[in-house]
Design a protein around this ligand. Structure first.
Ligand code: MN
Ligand code: MN
Length: 470
């Protein structure tokens, strides 16, 4: 019994209506989303660099019965394997029981995030303060990195080959590091500059300490650079490193803040590195959940996306193709057939419509908060330059998978036409003749030291990837 007019009924039938998780999900499903988010937050806190993310992910996979694999090892149907690529990227493979020539379902996310890397000669002293020189990594807005608590994460490999792990600033009681900024009283000149020019890369020097080394008699050392010396001694005592060891190190300055609930209703998560760990975690959990799937599925956690997917740990490396070759060879298939029948979700975050800045979005085509995982047919900039423009057929295929599984999803576009733009790993995967489409969790304040995502969108990402793996 409906009082609707024919026009209203036809409108319901013919028009698309975007809906949020709150409109469509049961109380039970919403509670599951909350639960799932707490697991993500824990994993995120232990994954502040790509190396840490590889470690935390390997632990998750091991607990689910996955075992280490290296290129050339035998592969059997039913195997659950993971390849730790030099500690910086990771490939997890659920080997299915059906023919490998049916193709592989791949979820490819990235675990590197914008940050400040230490230079190779980072440590110096200036007017009573010891500092680290940094070189920023990825697209940062420099002003966001001053006057916030910072942590030091990474590895130092000594000349003898021993690698020590450094992590200062995150544990309770740890000191934090910081970059200073001008006081408003003296910022007249700086305030007059354009935002993009007001802060320089060479100005992002991290404050490390301010006390000199004291000799055994309790007196300040007469040596030069006594504050730098004190810092070097503290590092040497804790990690056994000397200044020369910085030359063979990968040390990063990252926000000291851990992930926290945002908002009184606790439906948002604020934290560092949601881009793209918020897609990496669902890529892992959905793969683990796919344990009964007859299909071969893969989760890829790539490095170097933020600087162009370059290098041996980036998505442009041939390792993905090598792994598909190995799967084909070991399971009795033609690798070219495997590739052409494979499909990939390039799982990377998208820009969430931000009501504070409506002028840079075209709302009709933007992803909205709590309206589910965002599917981007294309990314890129200008006239779609630098994008993998997914086909109508692939989008329809993925659409059906999501709709059948009850996944809340929406389309996404990275801002207004000609406003800017960006790319992902999608096109590098498509280069292997693997059908690929971009999909990911909408993020507010993307690339900021404190990014914001929705717990319901995060959960829908997990559900979407899990449906894709089935
Ligand atoms: Mn990304
Ligand atoms: Mn990014």
């Amino acid at each position: 019994m409906s009082d609707k007019t024919r026009g209203q009924i036809l409108k319901d039938e013919l028009f698309y209506k975007k809906q949020s998780a709150f409109e469509t999900k049961t109380a039970e499903e919403l509670a599951s989303a909350m639960d799932y988010a707490s697991g993500y937050m824990k994993w995120l806190d232990s994954s502040k660099t790509e190396r840490e993310a590889v470690k935390a992910s390997a632990a998750l996979l091991e607990a689910a019965g996955y075992r280490p694999y290296k290129v050339g090892d035998p592969i059997r149907a039913g195997d659950r394997l993971y390849l730790n690529n030099r500690g910086k990227s990771l490939f997890a493979i659920h080997v299915g029981t059906e023919s490998i020539e049916n193709g592989v379902r791949i979820c490819a996310a990235h675990i590197d995030s914008p940050r400040l890397d230490l230079k190779q000669h980072p440590l110096y002293e200036n007017e009573g303060i010891a500092y680290f020189k940094t070189h920023y990594y990825g697209g940062i807005r420099k002003y966001q990195w001053v006057t916030i608590p910072l942590a030091l994460h990474g590895v130092v490999t000594k000349a003898d080959g021993e690698t020590v792990e450094i992590r200062i600033g995150d544990e309770a009681g740890d000191p934090v590091l910081c970059i200073s900024d001008l006081l408003p009283h003296l910022a007249k000149d700086q305030n007059g500059r354009a935002l993009g020019q007001a802060f320089t890369g060479e100005g992002l020097n991290v404050m490390l300490g301010s006390a000199p080394f004291f000799e055994e008699d309790g007196k300040m050392t007469p040596a030069d650079e006594k504050i730098k010396l004190n810092i070097m001694i503290l590092l040497n005592e804790k990690y056994g490193i000397t200044e020369a060891d910085f030359m063979s190190a990968e040390l990063s300055i990252v926000p000291a803040q851990n992930a926290v609930d945002v908002g009184l209703d606790r439906w948002l998560i604020g934290g560092y590195g949601h881009d793209d760990r918020v897609c990496s975690y669902p890529a892992l959990t959905s793969l683990i959940e796919a344990e009964d799937s007859p299909r071969t599925c893969m989760a890829v956690l790539a490095d170097k996306e933020e600087i162009g997917s370059v290098g041996i740990s980036g998505m442009q490396c041939v390792l993905l193709a090598d792994l598909i070759d190995e799967l084909a060879k070991e399971l009795g298939g033609n690798p070219n057939v495997v590739r052409s029948n494979s499909k990939c979700l390039s799982a990377d975050v998208t820009a969430c419509f931000d009501p504070n800045y409506p002028e840079v979005y075209e709302k009709r085509n933007s992803s909205l908060l709590h309206c589910g995982v965002g599917l981007s047919k294309y990314t890129g900039s200008g006239g779609k330059g630098g994008t993998n423009d997914a086909s109508a057929e692939l989008v329809a295929c993925v659409r059906k998978i999501f709709d059948d599984a009850g996944v809340i999803w929406q389309t996404a576009e990275l801002g207004r036409v000609d406003q800017g733009g960006g790319g992902t790993v999608a096109m590098y995967i498509a280069d292997h003749n693997i059908e690929t489409v971009d999909i990911g969790v909408p993020v507010i304040s993307m690339h900021a030291p404190f990014e914001i995502i929705s717990k319901s969108d995060l959960y829908e990402a997990h559900k979407a990837f899990a449906a894709f793996c089935k």
